[in-house]
Design a protein around this ligand. Structure first.
Ligand code: ATP
Length: 427
């Protein structure tokens, strides 16, 4: 199992993910994604967007504002209920979420804890130059509300008929009491959310459908089945309006943890916005002539949590190397090109191949150090293929293609290289 410290140190060493503002000493639980991390994150979002939006005819995408009208958060219940119970240790002054503790005394020093206080997780800021109550706004703690408030305009303009979905990827902010476990829980993160609107008769079917679809998405992208499970919420865990909820969980080195939630939210969200905005958000079914508020099935995944899942699952220590066995679709770099030696004729040829491949794939070029070292460098960031140009290349136009997982090498002629790679990468 990938030890979090090893993963964190690899991410730091290769500038995949590292603490934000580090030259100023960093800032607790804020993270920057470097070049490889940014590619990996894009690939995850792209895979989600393609599956959920582009390859379906019943889901459309939106990109809504992070700062919304403050009434949105009263309607959604976040102002009143989006709180965590907070306790402080009277001895060591550490702060904990009461619902995360299994003991009555401080888990750090055994000291006495204060009674729990409710702490709202939403970040506040001000609109305009005057810091007064009337100008107070929140940074969104979830992307979903942007979808609910735009439900009507998007449905009408796209001429969508139930069942249909609206999806969004974007940043969310939560002033978490105890962030941690690397990027697992941070205060600024990205979400990929789908709100799927269904009629009043087929809600259970659609709920089951989305639980299965979302579970399969992780498996299709290479997560080991024994590390992934669905967990139904107990009745006492469910929000009062929710009819059912499943968490998709992954077994990290710090235990089984939620990476995504799929919830049957009933008519709660739309009816709250009808109540607070005074606007009619009902859907008109022109077949039956009925007006009604659709039921919402929600899938809510964290981009950063998915990324940590893919990293942890891919991280493998072998005798002589560390290898990230990432699914080729997710791998930040698809192919690396090396000249065997730093000789001008080999370099020139390798550069020409790199240039051609770059038109189609994300490519790395490396001429520093032994071939063995260069392979290791690519293995640990998950590059599926390495292409080496040697003297034989100059004679017969073949290159050596080396596979990350099997380490097997194959001679391929340059004119077949791109189709070969595309097929292997399932591009
Ligand atoms: P928890 O109980 O762990 O705080 P939650 O049940 O409140 O989480 P949701 O509101 O269901 O979480 O959020 C949906 C998804 O958004 C989560 O499954 C997770 O992937 C992601 N997410 C939520 N909070 C964070 C965070 N602080 N950092 C990173 N990702 C997060």
């Amino acid at each position: 199992m990938a030890d979090m410290n090893d993963l964190v140190s690899l991410c730091k060493r290769r500038a995949i993910i590292f603490p934000s503002s580090e030259i100023y000493g960093g800032i607790n639980s804020c993270w920057d994604y470097g070049p490889l991390g940014a590619e990996l994150k894009r690939n995850i979002k792209e895979a989600w967007w393609q599956t959920i939006v582009q390859r379906r005819d019943d889901v459309v995408g939106v990109d809504t504002s992070i700062i919304m009208h403050p009434e949105v958060w009263r309607a959604s219940g976040h102002v009143e209920n989006f709180t965590d119970p907070l306790v402080d240790c009277k001895s060591c002054k550490q702060r904990f979420r009461a619902d995360h503790l299994s003991t009555e005394r401080c888990p750090e020093c055994g000291g006495e804890l204060t009674p729990p206080r409710q702490f709202n997780l939403m970040f506040k800021t001000y609109i305009g130059p005057v810091e007064e109550k009337a100008a107070e706004v929140y940074l969104r703690p979830e992307t979903a509300q942007g979808i609910f408030v735009d439900f009507k305009i998007v449905q009408a303009a796209s001429r969508l008929r139930v069942p249909f979905g609206i999806a969004q990827i974007g940043k969310s902010f939560r002033n978490e009491v105890s962030p941690g476990n690397f990027i697992f829980r941070s205060r600024e993160f990205e979400q990929m959310e789908l709100e799927f609107f269904v009629d009043l008769k087929h809600d259970d079917e659609w709920f089951e459908y989305w639980v299965e679809e979302r579970f399969r998405w992780y498996l299709d992208l290479g997560i080991r089945p024994e590390k992934l499970r669905k967990r139904a919420h107990r009745p006492d865990e469910l929000a009062h309006y929710a009819k059912a909820c499943y968490d998709i969980e992954y077994e990290f080195s710090f235990g089984w943890q939620e990476i995504e939630g799929i919830a049957h939210r009933g008519q709660y969200d739309l009816s709250q916005h009808v109540k607070h905005s005074g606007k009619d958000l009902s859907y008109y079914d022109d077949l039956t002539g009925e007006h009604y508020l659709p039921i919402v099935i929600e899938s809510s995944a964290g981009v950063d949590r998915a990324l940590l899942t893919f990293l942890a699952d891919a991280y493998t220590e072998e005798e002589e190397r560390v290898v990230l066995r990432l699914h080729p679709r997710l791998a930040p770099v698809k192919v690396a090109v090396f000249p065997l030696l730093k000789k001008s004729d080999l370099v020139e040829k390798a550069r020409a191949i790199e240039k051609e491949l770059r038109r189609h794939l994300v490519v790395a070029y490396d001429e520093a150090g032994s071939i063995g070292r260069r392979y290791r460098r690519q293995d640990e960031v998950g590059t599926p293929y390495c292409v080496t140009v040697d003297y034989q290349t100059l004679e017969d136009q073949t290159v050596t293609v080396r596979d990350r997982d099997t380490m097997a090498q194959e001679l391929i002629s340059i004119d077949r290289l791109l189709p070969y790679l595309k097929e292997k990468l399932d591009w």
